[in-house]
Design a protein around this ligand. Structure first.
Ligand SMILES: [Zn+2]
Length: 391
C-alpha cells in the first residue's frame, strides 16, 4: 500500500516536472507577450482528467482558465488551487543558459518562470488531475489559472468581473515559498501622479509654470506623509518612487511630468482613505496642478493561522517538509489579493515550489526536489479535503 502510494506520487512528480518544462518553453512575458500557449498546455491534462474548463481572455491572447470538477450535489464549496502563468521579462543582463530551454542541470530546473511560477502551476494542475483520475474529489476541486498577475492581477480581476469565480472552501496559491505555508502578504497601491504646467522659453522661466518642479513637490509630500499601520508578520507600509519622467527639451520650461509610486500596505490600512489623504497632502503643496490616480489597488492577505483548515494544512506541510510551519508572511502580493475576496473570503494560503528570491532574477531556477515535495504536499492537502468533505 505504502509502496503503491509512493510510486503513484513519484509518477505524478515526473509528470509535473515535464509539464513545468513545457510551460517554460512557452514564453509568456508580461509585458511583451501573451499567455494563450501556456493556458492551452495546462488545459489539456485538466480536460483529460474530467474537469470542465472555462477560458477567459481579458485581452487578445491573455488567456486565464477556470477548471472545475464538482459533484452534482456538493454539501459545500470546492477546494481551489490557483496561480499565474505570466512571467516578468528577461531583463537587460545576458543569461548563462537558454531562458526558454526548460533544461535540468544539477537538480535545478532552469528558465524564466521556473520559480515564479510555472513549477507551481504545474504541480497544482498535476495534483488536481491526479486526484480527479482516482475518482475522488469530495465537494470538488477547482484550479484557477490567471494571466496578467505581474502587472497587478488583471487576469484574476477579469475572472471575478466575468462572474467565473465562485465561493471556495479554501484557496492554495502555489507561488514560490520553498513549500512553506504563508498566511499573510502585503497589499499594493500603485499611484500615478500627473503634473501639468505652462511651457515657456528656458531663458524666461518666470513666464512658465514648471511641471517637474510641481511634481517634485508632490512626490515629497507623499513621501513625508505619515502612514499608520504595522503587522507582526509584515512590518510597516513602504513606498517606492518607481518612475519619474518629464520635460521635452533642454531649453523649455516643461508643461508635463509624471511619476509612479509603489506603496505596499499591511492589513488595517484602508486604501480608499489612504488615497484621499495622499490627494489632500498633494493639493496642499501644489493646488490642483498634480492629479493622483490609482493604477492598481490590491488588498493584503491576512489569514488566521488557527483557522481549522489552515491548521490542518500547516500540520500536513510540517510533516511533508520536515520543518515547523507556523505560517509566515511576505512583502510581495499574489492573486490572493483578488481571489480571496472574490471567492467568499475563503481561508487562503500561499505555498508552492521554488525560491521566492529567484523570482524575477537573471538565470532563474527551481530545485527539482521542490517540485516533487509540492506534488506530495498538494496531493495530501487534496486527500484531506476529500476525506473531510465526503459523507
Ligand atoms: Zn508570482
Amino acid at each position: 500500500m505504502v509502496a503503491g502510494v509512493k510510486q503513484c506520487s513519484s509518477e505524478l512528480a515526473s509528470e509535473a516536472i515535464e509539464l513545468a518544462r513545457a510551460l517554460i518553453r512557452a514564453p509568456s512575458m508580461n509585458p511583451g507577450g501573451t499567455e494563450a500557449a501556456v493556458a492551452n498546455i495546462l488545459a489539456t491534462p485538466l480536460v483529460d482528467a474530467g474537469f470542465a474548463v472555462d477560458r477567459h481572455e481579458f485581452a487578445d491572447g491573455r488567456t486565464s482558465l477556470v477548471a472545475r470538477l464538482v459533484p452534482s450535489a456538493p454539501k459545500g464549496p470546492p477546494l481551489v488551487f490557483a496561480g499565474h502563468i505570466d512571467t516578468v521579462p528577461l531583463g537587460a543582463a545576458g543569461w548563462s543558459f537558454d531562458p526558454f530551454g526548460g533544461d535540468i542541470v544539477d537538480g535545478r530546473l532552469c528558465g524564466r518562470g521556473s520559480s515564479d511560477m510555472k513549477s507551481g502551476m504545474a504541480t497544482a494542475v498535476v495534483a488536481a488531475a491526479g486526484a480527479a483520475r482516482r475518482g475522488k474529489v469530495g465537494d470538488g476541486i477547482m484550479v484557477v489559472v490567471c494571466a496578467g498577475e505581474e502587472t497587478g492581477c488583471e487576469g484574476a480581476a477579469a475572472l471575478a468581473e466575468a462572474g467565473l469565480l465562485s465561493r471556495a472552501r479554501a484557496i492554495v496559491v502555489t507561488e514560490p515559498t520553498s513549500n512553506d505555508v504563508l498566511i499573510a502578504h502585503k497589499g499594493a497601491l500603485w499611484l500615478r501622479l500627473v503634473a501639468t504646467g505652462t511651457t515657456a522659453h528656458g531663458s524666461m522661466p518666470h513666464l512658465g509654470q514648471n511641471a517637474i518642479n510641481r511634481l517634485i513637490d508632490a512626490v515629497e509630500a507623499v513621501c513625508a506623509l505619515r502612514i499608520e499601520g504595522t503587522h507582526p508578520l509584515l512590518g510597516d507600509v513602504t513606498r517606492t518612487l518607481s518612475q519619474f519622467h518629464g520635460g521635452m527639451n533642454v531649453n523649455s520650461v516643461p508643461d508635463h511630468a509624471e511619476a509612479t509610486i509603489d506603496l505596499r500596505t499591511v492589513p488595517g490600512v484602508d486604501h480608499a482613505s489612504l488615497i484621499a489623504e495622499i490627494r489632500t497632502a498633494v493639493r496642499s503643496v501644489v493646488d490642483g496642478s498634480v492629479q493622483v490616480e490609482p493604477i492598481a489597488d490590491l488588498r493584503p492577505l491576512d489569514t488566521l493561522p488557527d483557522h481549522p483548515w489552515v491548521a490542518s494544512v500547516r500540520d500536513i506541510a510540517a510533516d511533508v517538509t520536515g520543518r515547523g510551519q507556523p505560517g509566515g508572511g511576505v512583502s510581495y502580493f499574489t492573486d490572493a489579493s483578488v481571489l480571496a475576496t472574490a471567492m467568499g473570503d475563503a481561508p487562503t494560503i500561499v505555498c508552492g515550489p521554488g525560491l521566492a528570491e529567484q523570482a524575477h532574477r537573471t538565470d532563474e531556477y527551481c530545485h527539482v526536489e521542490d517540485v516533487r515535495v509540492s506534488v506530495e504536499l498538494l496531493g495530501r492537502i487534496l486527500a484531506a479535503h476529500v476525506r473531510e468533505t465526503t459523507a
